[in-house]
Each structure stands twice: as C-alpha cells, then as structure tokens.
Ligand binder design. Structure first.
Ligand code: C5P
Length: 236
C-alpha cells in the first residue's frame, strides 16, 4: 500500500538540526506542498513527540526515522505509538527479522492512523568486511536484496536504500514497493560525507519513490530555491 497526500512531494528534507528551534525556524520557510520532512534520532531526542506533532499541525508529512530494532512486542508498541502521533512514515531495521516486522505491521494496522512502514536493510556505512565481522556473508548489495525481499514478504511497504540499488530493487520487488533513497545530491552540490550519491532526476529514473535530502537544502543560502530546482528537475 503506497499512501499519498495531495499533492505528493517526492523530496523528504532531513531536518538534521542540533536545536529544536532551528528545526522549527527552518520548517517555517518551507511549504508542505513542496516537500515532506524527516525527523531522526537527534532531533527526536531533543524535541520528542511535541516537535513531531507541531510539524504535522503545520501541514507537513513527517517521516519518523528512528530505525526501531528490538523484540517484536517492543517494536510493535513503538510503531503503534508513532502511528498514533500521526506520522506519515516510520521505519524499523529488517535485521530484526520476520517476526519483528510482522508484529510492527500488525500494530500499525491496528492504529487509528496508518503510516507507511519501511525497513532499513544494510546501513550504507557498512562494507563487505563489516558484514563478515557480524556474521553476514556476501556483499552489501546481496544482503540488501535479501533483506528487502524479507521486508516485503513480512508486510512492509518499502525499504530505505541507496539510489544505486534502486533499479535492481524496483525490478525484483515490483512497482508498488516504496524505495526511500538518501545520498541524493544535485549535480553541483557538495557531496559532504556521502559515498554513493545520485542526482534527484537519476534517482527517480532508477526507481526511487522518495528522495531524502538534507544538507544540500538545509545548509543552502536559499533553501526554497534549491528545493524548487530539485522539484523542477524531477518534473514536480
Ligand atoms: O545531508 P544529507 O543529504 O547527507 O542527509 C541524508 C539523511 O539521510 C541523513 O539524515 C542521514 O542520516 C540519512 N540516511 C543516510 N543514509 C542512510 C540512511 C539514512 O544518509 N543509509
């Protein structure tokens, strides 16, 4: 099930700010018709549900990026709490396994509002040697594909993945599976610490459903101009 609001912005801005006030001030400069917002662990630790609810009240769809990974009951209850907060998207670690993901899905379905439930596969910071060290054979790409299939068969709506994995995953998992891709950089933007980047237009062509973009927009002199340029480049 792919949820959508009207209109359906593809850019999800990562609100990676060290103070809640900076995040609020930044959101004031944006328009919910042009983008969605991602709240991660740092900002949630600072601002909690109050911050998320405030952003939602301003009309924004919020991706709560807390990457839950725990026993099935705990993850299920956390996902249900996130759903009741009114978020548009929430995520769990696929490495928590089928029982955990199925419990998360069931919990979300029983909530009064159903966010998209997305799986994190392999963190993009991990390479083949890191996987071997924790007992996972094969390359990150092989593990991503296996875990994305597991996420789909456990009832999840999609996965977070690198845009460079998007075309394979789109091919393997079909059109209805949601692919959320960070590591997006407009052609002339600073790469920062991202390793495997792709432009917004290439990512959409490769099969991305939503583009997570942080610093190219949050650190721009004119964030709205960059957002508008990205939207124009993907035909929005
Ligand atoms: O600033 P930048 O565009 O690099 O931000 C990307 C956002 O996506 C950050 O919030 C980062 O934590 C998140 N992310 C990522 N790579 C992943 C998963 C999440 O960059 N594999």
């Amino acid at each position: 099930m792919i949820q959508s609001s009207q209109p359906d912005p593809k850019v999800v801005i990562a609100l990676d700010f060290p103070k809640t006030q900076l995040a609020y001030d930044f959101a004031q400069r944006l328009d919910p018709k042009l983008c969605r917002l991602k709240v991660g662990k740092e900002l949630f630790a600072l601002g909690g549900p109050q911050l998320v609810e405030k952003l939602i009240a301003q009309g924004f769809d919020v991706f709560l990026d807390l990457k839950y990974h725990d026993i099935p009951n705990t993850v299920a209850m956390a996902c249900r709490a996130a759903a009741e907060m009114g978020v548009w998207m929430v995520n769990v670690h696929s490495l928590g396994g089928r029982k955990m993901m199925e419990a998360a899905k069931e919990a979300v379905l029983s909530a009064s509002h159903q966010p998209l439930l997305i799986g994190v596969t392999i963190l993009t910071s991990m390479e083949t040697e890191d996987l071997a060290e924790i007992g996972l054979k094969g390359t990150p790409k092989e593990n991503v594909l296996r875990l994305a299939k597991l996420a789909k068969s456990s009832g999840l709506d999609g996965v977070v993945c690198s845009a460079q994995e998007a075309s394979d995953l789109r091919h393997e998992l079909g059109q209805d599976f949601c692919l959320v891709t960070p590591g997006i950089r407009p052609a002339n933007a600073d790469v920062n610490d991202q390793k495997r980047i792709m432009t917004p237009a290439d990512a959409i062509s490769a099969g991305s459903s939503y583009l997570v973009v942080g610093r190219p927009i949050t650190q721009a002199q004119d964030p709205l101009a960059i957002l508008n340029a990205i939207n124009a480049s993907i035909g929005i």
